[in-house]
Design a protein around this ligand. Structure first.
Ligand code: ATP
Length: 260
C-alpha cells in the first residue's frame, strides 16, 4: 500500500461514524416525488436545523429519521436510540406528568429516571400534576423530559416551539441548548423560524421540493450570534425565496420617524 493511500485510510478510520446517514434517499407518494435523491449526514452531537417552506418535505424527512415512515430498500442509517418532540406535546391526559414521561420505560428505577428528567426541565415540582393543568410551555417541557429520559443519540424536534408565545419560546431555546450541552445527542430541528435556526444550530439546511438547496455552517459561539444574525438571516430568507424589499425597510424608517 502506498503511503498516501495508507494515510487516507487512516484518516477515514479516525472520522466518527455519523449519527445519521441518508444516501440518495427518495420518497414518493403516488406520482409525487416528495424527497428527491437526498444525501444527509449528521455527526454525533451535531445540532442541525432544517428550514423549508410549507410542503417542502421537512416532516416527511423527519418521519423517515424517526422510523415512522417507509425506508425499505434504501440507504438509511439512524441510531435506534432516538426520540421525537412534536409541535404539540401529545401527553396522555389520563396519566400524571411523571407517568407520561415514564411511559414505555423498563427496569426498576422508572420513577427515579422520570423524576430526574423532569427536574432537568424545571418541572420537579409538577410530577403528579395532570397534563390538562399545564401551560403550553410546561407541556412542551414534559415532552422534552419524555424524550430525554430515553437517552437518545438522535433527538428529532418537529417545530416544538411554534405554538408557544415569544417569551416562552426564548426560554425553551435556552433550555434545549442546556439539555443538548449536557447530553450531546445529535439534533435535527425542523423549523420555519430563521432566527430560531440561527440561535440554536451548528448547521442550517434549506430544503426545497425535497432537495437540500443551501447549507450554512455557523461557527460563532451561540452567545455571540446577535451581530451575525442579520446578514445570515437575509441570506437564509433569500434561500427560502423571501425577498426583503426596500419598501419594508422604508416602512420601518417612516414609522420610526412618525413616532419621533
Ligand atoms: N401520507 C401522505 N400521502 C400523500 N402525500 C403526502 C403524505 N405526507 C405528505 N405528503 C405530501 O408531501 C409534501 C411534503 O409534506 P411535508 O409534510 O413533508 O412538508 P413540510 O415541509 O413538513 O410542510 P409544513 O411546513 O407545512 O409542515 C406535501 O405536498 C404533502 O401533501
Amino acid at each position: 500500500m502506498d503511503v498516501a493511500r495508507g494515510f487516507l485510510l487512516a484518516k477515514a478510520a479516525d472520522l466518527p461514524t455519523p449519527a445519521v446517514r441518508l444516501s440518495n434517499f427518495t420518497r414518493r407518494f403516488g406520482a409525487n416525488t416528495i424527497i428527491d435523491g437526498l444525501d444527509l449526514e449528521i455527526a454525533p452531537g451535531e445540532f442541525v436545523a432544517l428550514l423549508g417552506r410549507s410542503g417542502s418535505g421537512k416532516t416527511t424527512l423527519l418521519r423517515t429519521l424517526a422510523g415512522m415512515d417507509e425506508v425499505r430498500g434504501q440507504d438509511v442509517s439512524v441510531p435506534s436510540a432516538r426520540a421525537v418532540v412534536f409541535q404539540d406535546a401529545r401527553l396522555l391526559p389520563w396519566k400524571t406528568v411523571w407517568r407520561n414521561v415514564a411511559l414505555g420505560l423498563k427496569g426498576g428505577t422508572i420513577r427515579e429516571r422520570a423524576e430526574q428528567a423532569l427536574r432537568e426541565v424545571g418541572l420537579g415540582h409538577r410530577l403528579d400534576a395532570w397534563p390538562l393543568t399545564l401551560s403550553g410551555g410546561e407541556a412542551q417541557r414534559v415532552a422534552l423530559a419524555r424524550a430525554l429520559v430515553r437517552e437518545p443519540q438522535l433527538l428529532l424536534l418537529d417545530e416544538p416551539f411554534a405554538a408557544l408565545d415569544a417569551l416562552t419560546r426564548i426560554r425553551m431555546h435556552d433550555l434545549v441548548l442546556s439539555l443538548w450541552r449536557a447530553h450531546r445527542p445529535a439534533v435535527l430541528l425542523v423549523t420555519h423560524d430563521v432566527d430560531e435556526a440561527i440561535a440554536l444550530a451548528d448547521r442550517v439546511l434549506v430544503l426545497d421540493s425535497g432537495r437540500i438547496v443551501a447549507e450554512e455552517r455557523i461557527a460563532a459561539e451561540r452567545g455571540d450570534r446577535a451581530g451575525l444574525a442579520r446578514g445570515l438571516r437575509d441570506t437564509l430568507l433569500g434561500h427560502l425565496g423571501v425577498e426583503r424589499g426596500p419598501a419594508l425597510e422604508e416602512g420601518v424608517v417612516h414609522l420610526a420617524r412618525a413616532r419621533a
